[in-house]
Design a protein. Structure first.
Lengths: 444, 307
């Protein structure tokens, strides 16, 4: 079914793509960033019939998702006689340090994956090249994707990332623990009232139901999600001022701190303790990313479920990240490799149902709506959050603003060192300063 | 004549010729391999670092504007975005050094004194005390992070307590210092042990004959004999503690807040993650200067004692 749909899309795309390709070739001279790409005469990733090339593909899929991607890569190489892709995995944390250095020294990969919020930074720093011709040739339209993921790939009116997936924060519940406390394990709480009632019930049985982490994973992810649920946002419209210290932000962080102070969470939760406790049945609820579904599936003794985040605030909201394909800058760019890379990106993008099984929500709407996706056990539940997920805005340098601002505020508040309001206020004024510095740095 | 020179090198001294002075360049040629490495990996980066510290330097951005001493003045300007976190991290490094160095100087000495005894199977214990040192910081970091976890860790489980070992002060410092002492005491102990075995046993016998008790023998024979070793241990331990990175990075992640974020951690964050290399280079020079001063004081103190 999906195959058919994609084939039709491909067929339709052929006509549209050819037109777009001509158009691009006509006005491509104006682009100073990627003369080689425009001169290469490629068709933006539909076919490659040049000489045999070796592509280096780097990503950070060190978890349960790695083997899925490796399998896709092997399948691609088997199907394409003149393109051989070798995959290299670097932990995400080091990835954004190593890739720019490697690209700079000319030893970088040809293709890579980057998170949406890293695209602006790496575009501004010349690590990745624009992919507008891929978008055009493949006939990608905004309506094919969720708007939030579509817009995240654009920097300075050029597309740098081809969205592969979305990985939102969701709600995990331990059925065994819920049963122990007399809760219905098939009816996880979805509203604030239900949530607090369930936590009270658990507390009565001596179980601290929701362990609040003071660290980015999962504390800051929880904070951002509840901030959006209370109607707030991290930054203002053009990302020049921090707004996470608004009333909504204070409400969100106060809610988290209250969980600790009311005894629904232990104090001093350390990194990953909530995750271990969940697996051991020491807590019941956890707000964590979709990437945990496969690891949890492999634990036979764990009775668990996952669904959308409960609505604590006034509206629905959830944090999400997104993996995007990028093509790395090289001087000079080898047009054959660039074209082969585009073919690779296009091919994997079409296999996004196979990738969904790795624990992801496909970026493509058609795949999300396909029967095959809907028949997956957990992924469709996370996909229901897509209409209201939020991303961190992809402006250059944004990843550097978070650690010393709201990461720190969440840490200090949840560890009961500082009250939510002053912690967020201090973080916001620092964030304003960093945003201003980033603007100067990346404009210069 | 060559044969004669080898067999009787001293015989030639009166004539004013040394056996090796065939060319004034000889010593430099012998030193060349080291000097080359020293030049390439120490001198050039150090000088280049000064150059970087005078710019707003991001190695991937086309513009690297010259900003003179601004990276340095920013460190002294309380309103700049880097000065607060930087001095905070310097203070964290200072605290860690202050807490860990005395322990790392004294405890390994005691261990070395015990390991220097003639006990059956002492070799086994020598290996045992040294064993943690061979582990990498990632291994000991993750190991202790799990053991010290306030809610699900082994240590609190057996203590039946809820001590926030890695999430609140002063516990976080106690944990970081404790782990570091456990991890690195073997190295200092081995250095001390070598020093102890270098002390002439006849000195102890002479002291005994003079009626010195064991404490007096330690004070008047062992300690003076260990002075050069002690200087080495103190200097190296101060430098190692001041460069602490991995333990905080892995065990506490710099938390609570940024209380255990050490200077090296913040410099790495600024330079290698935020690519703000000019500021990071300036910070490195400030840290290096501080360490230089401490080392000078350290040498001066030991020299005075020696006089």
């Amino acid at each position: 079914m999906v195959e058919k749909r994609l084939t039709r899309r491909r067929f339709l795309g052929l006509g549209a793509g050819a037109g777009a390709g001509l158009l691009l070739a006509g006005c491509g001279g104006g682009s100073q960033n990627n003369p080689a790409v425009q001169a290469s005469g490629g068709d933006g990733g539909k076919t490659y019939d040049g000489p045999k090339v070796e592509l280096a593909f780097w990503n950070g899929f060190t978890g349960g998702d790695g083997p899925y991607m490796r399998q896709l890569v092997e399948q691609f190489s088997a199907e394409h006689k003149n393109i051989n892709v070798s995959m290299n995995t670097v932990e995400w944390l080091d990835y954004y340090q190593k890739v720019p250095a490697a690209v700079r020294s000319g030893e970088g990969p040809d293709v890579g994956i980057m998170h949406a919020d890293q695209l602006g930074t790496n575009a501004a720093r010349g690590v990745v090249i624009p992919l507008d011709d891929v978008e055009n040739a493949l006939g990608f339209k905004e309506s094919d994707f969720a708007p939030v993921v579509w817009k995240a790939g654009i920097y300075n009116n050029k597309r740098y990332g081809i969205p592969l997936d979305m990985h939102p924060l969701g709600f995990y519940y331990n059925k065994g623990t819920m049963e122990k406390a007399g809760l219905n394990p098939d009816k996880p709480p979805q509203t604030n009232d239900e949530y607090m009632a369930a936590l009270e019930e658990l507390k009565g049985k001596g179980i601290q139901g929701h362990w609040v982490s003071p660290f980015p994973f999962t504390g800051t992810l929880t904070f951002m999600s509840s901030l959006w649920q209370f109607g707030g946002d991290l930054y203002n419209e053009d990302t020049t001022k921090a707004t996470f210290n608004s009333d909504a932000g204070v409400k969100a962080l106060t809610w988290m701190v209250d969980l600790v102070q009311k005894g629904y969470s232990p104090k001093n939760v350390s990194q990953d303790a909530e995750y271990t406790a969940f697996q051991n049945g020491d807590n019941a609820f956890m707000w964590n990313g979709i990437w945990n579904i496969n690891p949890f599936e492999e634990i036979d003794s764990l009775e668990w479920g996952a669904t959308q985040l409960p609505q604590i605030g006034t509206e629905k909201g959830a944090w999400s990240g997104s993996h995007n394909f990028v093509i790395m800058q090289k001087r000079p760019l080898d047009p054959n490799k660039v074209n082969a890379s585009k073919v690779f990106i296009n091919w994997i993008s079409q296999q996004s149902i196979a990738w969904a099984k790795a624990g992801q929500v496909p970026a493509r709407k058609a795949v999300r709506e396909s029967e095959e996706f809907q028949s997956l056990k957990w992924q469709p539940k996370f996909a229901e959050e897509i209409p209201y997920v939020h991303f961190i805005p992809p402006v250059p340098g944004i990843a550097d603003v978070q650690p010393s601002t709201f990461d720190r505020a969440v840490n200090e508040a949840v560890l009961l060192k500082t009250d939510p309001k002053p912690a967020l206020d201090a973080a916001a004024s620092r964030a304003d300063q960093l945003l201003e510095e980033n603007r100067q740095k990346y404009q210069a | 004549m060559a044969t004669q020179g080898i067999e009787q090198p001293h015989a030639q001294q009166p004539s004013g010729r040394k056996p090796t002075d065939s060319s004034p360049l000889t010593p430099y040629i012998f030193m060349a391999p080291y000097l080359l490495l020293f030049l390439v990996f120490i001198v050039i980066p150090a000088v280049f670092g000064i150059w970087i510290s005078l710019h707003n330097w991001d190695y991937l951005l086309p513009g690297k504007p010259w900003i003179g001493l601004q990276n340095y003045t920013d460190l002294l300007d309380a309103n700049s975005s880097i000065s607060g976190p930087f001095w905070n991290s310097m203070a964290a490094t200072g605290k860690f050094t202050l807490y860990s160095v005395p322990l790392l100087v004294v405890i390994p000495l005691l261990v070395a004194l015990i390991l220097n005894q003639k006990i059956r199977g002492i070799q086994f214990f020598r290996a045992l005390y040294f064993a943690p040192y061979v582990l990498g910081v990632a291994v000991i970091g993750i190991l202790w992070r799990f053991m010290l976890d306030p809610n699900i860790g082994l240590i609190n489980y057996y203590l039946g307590a809820k001590i926030p070992w890695i999430t609140a002060l002063p516990w976080a410092w106690i944990s970081l210092v404790g782990v570091t002492v456990w991890w690195t005491l073997g190295f200092n102990a081995v250095i001390y042990l070598a020093g102890l075995q270098d002390i002439d046993p006849e000195l102890y016998n002479a002291a005994k004959v003079d009626g010195a008790n064991s404490w007096q023998r330690f004070l008047y024979v062992t300690m003076p004999g260990l002075r050069p070793v002690l200087l080495f241990v103190v200097t190296v331990t101060i430098l190692a503690s001041a460069n602490m990175f991995g333990q905080s990075y892995i065990i506490t992640q710099g938390a609570p807040g940024e209380e255990t974020t050490t200077a090296i951690m913040y410099i790495a964050e600024t330079g290698l993650r935020q690519f703000n290399m000019g500021a990071a280079a300036a910070m490195s020079y400030v840290l290096a200067l501080a360490l230089l001063l401490i080392s000078i004081v350290n040498f001066a103190v030991f020299r005075n004692r020696g006089d």
